[in-house]
Every structure is written in structure tokens, then in C-alpha cells.
Design a protein around this ligand. Sequence first.
Ligand code: ACM
Length: 264
Amino acid sequence: MRVGFIQNNPVFGKIGYNLSKIEPLLSQYTVDLMVLPELFSTGYHFLNQKEALRHSEPIPEGPTTQTLIRISNKNKTSIIAGIAERYGNRSYNAAVIIGPNGYLGKYRKIHLFDTEKNCFDKGDLPLKVFNIGSARVGVMICFDWRFPETARTLALSGADLIAHPSNLVLPHCPQAIITRCLENRIFIVTANRVGTEKRTPNNSLNFIGQSQVVDPDGDVLCRASEKQEETKVVDIDIEKSRNKYINSSDDLFTNRRPDLYRLQ
Ligand code: ACM
């Protein structure tokens, strides 16, 4: 299976322009699954819910999802991408899952980061695994990584790989994800962005890049730079994630003691 990420630098609020920059990149590479960053078509730093709602789109009818459906179909590829979802008078920091035959589903970010709480409603959908070719793929968005329960729940639900659209600003995630992969024996594809957003005079957000693909042994198969827009693809053996073997007598899942994982 060939997977990849696009590390972009969207212009805030310019959905049409940001989409037009992504399309040629998506068409340049032959992949089974391409992961795009969180809020890749709108930019990140909404100031309030009214502004977030103005830039959000219904899924799957909105222009971002429709564009990705068209590209997936044309290129015979799957795409997982972070977008701002409008649902009635609510807005969600969401991701769409699209296969070559169309829209497969969506995920809504569970753990909202910092000022996102002023703009988005908390994700309210169960963590779910999608079939992408022969792979079982879960989705988490950016700050969800900081809560190990997210990746664990997806891994226990059968995910071989987690697609991780991100807009990282803190430094820890690229190294910490190695542990998420090791402790679950799964692949994680983090698609992060680069650049800076300064939407208010005293708040500048710098995005840290370093998108990456990490395997179930915790090996970093490829990692992008901190500042450049980049696309990387890599071949992976998805079977590697299905063996939860640690050594001849230990298994990552069957050795668990869920009967004792309860608060007293
Ligand atoms: C983040 O969750 N975008 C930091």
C-alpha cells in the first residue's frame, strides 16, 4: 500500500485558492491514501464561532468535499482531509474520508485545543474505522494525539493505520507519535501544515511542519521539514500492524488487563 501526506500553507479564508493549490499535488502522485492537514482549505485560527460558521461547509455537499470527491474519483485514490463542517447552526473541526467511489464518512475532532473551543462544537461521533482498500483506517485530528485513549480506542477497534490531519503548534507531537505507534503497533500518517497565522495583534501561531509516516516498530519512514510545503509518499506493508506480538510470550492486546483498568 502506498500512503502519503501533503504539508501545505493555506491562506486564511481563501478556500478556492487553497483548493486550487492542492489539486495538482494530489494528481502528481499515485497513492492509495493521501492525508491532508487539519482545516487545510480554510486555514486555522478562527476568532469566534460566527467566523467559523461563515467558513464552514456542509459535508458532503460543500465545495471542499465535492472537490476532493472529484479528485479521488479521477485519480482512483483515497483522501482523508481536515475541514470546517457546518451542521445547522453548529460548526465542527472535522475530517472527511473519501474513497475512489465517493464519500465514505466523517470524523469530528473530540479534543478541541485552546481557542478552538470558542469556534467549534466538541466532536460527538464515535471513533470509527473505515475500509480503505485492504487497510482499516481510523482518524484523529491534531490535539487528539495528546489523549492516548484516542489511538488506543481506534487500535482496539481494528485500525491498522491512523490518518492524523494536524495543525500542530506545540513541539512534542512528532516524537510522541512514535510511542503511539509502538504501544498500539499501528501506522500513523500525520499531515501537518507550515507557516504562521497572525489574526490578532498579540497572537501569532507558528505551525511546526514535520509531517511524517511512522510504522508499528516506531520507525519514522519519512518526515517533512519544519518550514517548507512538501509532499511525501511511502510504501508500507499494512500486515505489519496486524501482528501485535512483542516476544514469544507477550502480545500487546491479549496481555492487557482491562479488569484492572478501573478507577477505584
Ligand atoms: C491543534 O490541535 N490544532 C493544536
